[in-house]
Design a protein around this ligand. Structure first.
Ligand code: 1SD
Ligand code: ZN
Length: 232
């Protein structure tokens, strides 16, 4: 096979994480440093397909660092997938998944970053049905309003995104090299999937499914990739 015909679709996402096959690597997976600034979340918008996205101000100081990441990544936006999670753990599909999309500050534009294997870092938080997430209740109101008005709605400064990540997430996660789960499926993402899910109530999950029934991509082949995990 010529170099040109080399199969490049070999690090697609999402994947089913098989915990028996993950490589426990405490050096590669040191505890994450995540900084969120309340005021960095600008607004939330719902698009024609019923997907919502919270946009973050361009030069936000909401950052993520970790030994599996090359440098500092800046938060760009976050959104969710529901009707089922995208990543599975040992074949288990959770009820939803939130994605915090970060961009590697070493690249000068988002387009440039999407052409690089380490251009984006996406933090995936699995969600299972349980207690209401009150931070999300606040956001859900803005999502519903944006959907009704057909335009972006401002996020109040009191909104605290840290309440959408599990407390143990910083030191318990999986990481692997993958891509965007939506077109153009660019293979530019260093994925970090937190091991512990957060909860949302049945009513919260139901409200999400009024926007669009489900919006997750099927699991992709792992090929020769390794999935690393924090110790234990
Ligand atoms: O689905 C999102 C897509 O909406 C866009 O945000 C993209 C980043 O440019 O990321 C994908 S995903 O891989 O985070 N699901
Ligand atoms: Zn996503």
């Amino acid at each position: 096979m010529s170099m040109k015909k080399r199969n490049v679709a070999n690090r697609q996402s999402p994947i089913d994480i098989k915990t028996k096959k993950v490589v426990a690597d405490p050096d590669k997976c040191s505890p994450l440093t995540i900084r969120f600034n309340h005021g960095d979340c600008v607004d939330v918008a719902v698009n024609d397909e019923g997907n919502w996205k919270v946009s973050v101000r361009p030069h936000s100081t909401s950052l993520i660092r970790g030994s599996h990441l090359t440098g500092t990544y800046r938060l760009l936006q976050f959104h969710a997938h529901w009707g089922g999670s995208e990543h599975l753990i040992d074949g288990k599909r959770f009820d939803a998944e939130i994605h915090f999309v970060y961009w590697n500050t070493r690249y000068y534009s988002m387009d440039e970053a999407c052409k690089r294997g380490d251009g984006l870092a996406v933090l995936g938080v699995l969600v299972e049905k349980g207690a209401e997430n009150t931070a999300f209740t606040q956001l859900l109101r803005q999502i519903e309003e944006s959907n009704k008005l057909g335009k972006p709605v401002r996020i109040p400064i009191s909104f605290d995104p840290t309440r959408l990540i599990p407390r143990s997430g910083l030191s318990k996660y999986y990481t692997y090299l993958g891509g965007l789960t939506t077109p153009p499926y660019s293979e530019c993402v260093v994925w970090t999937v937190m091991q512990t899910p957060i909860t949302m109530s049945e009513a919260q999950l139901k409200t999400l499914s009024t926007l669009t029934t489900e919006n997750w991509r099927e699991c992709q082949r792992v090929h020769a990739r390794k999935v690393y995990a924090t110790k234990g």
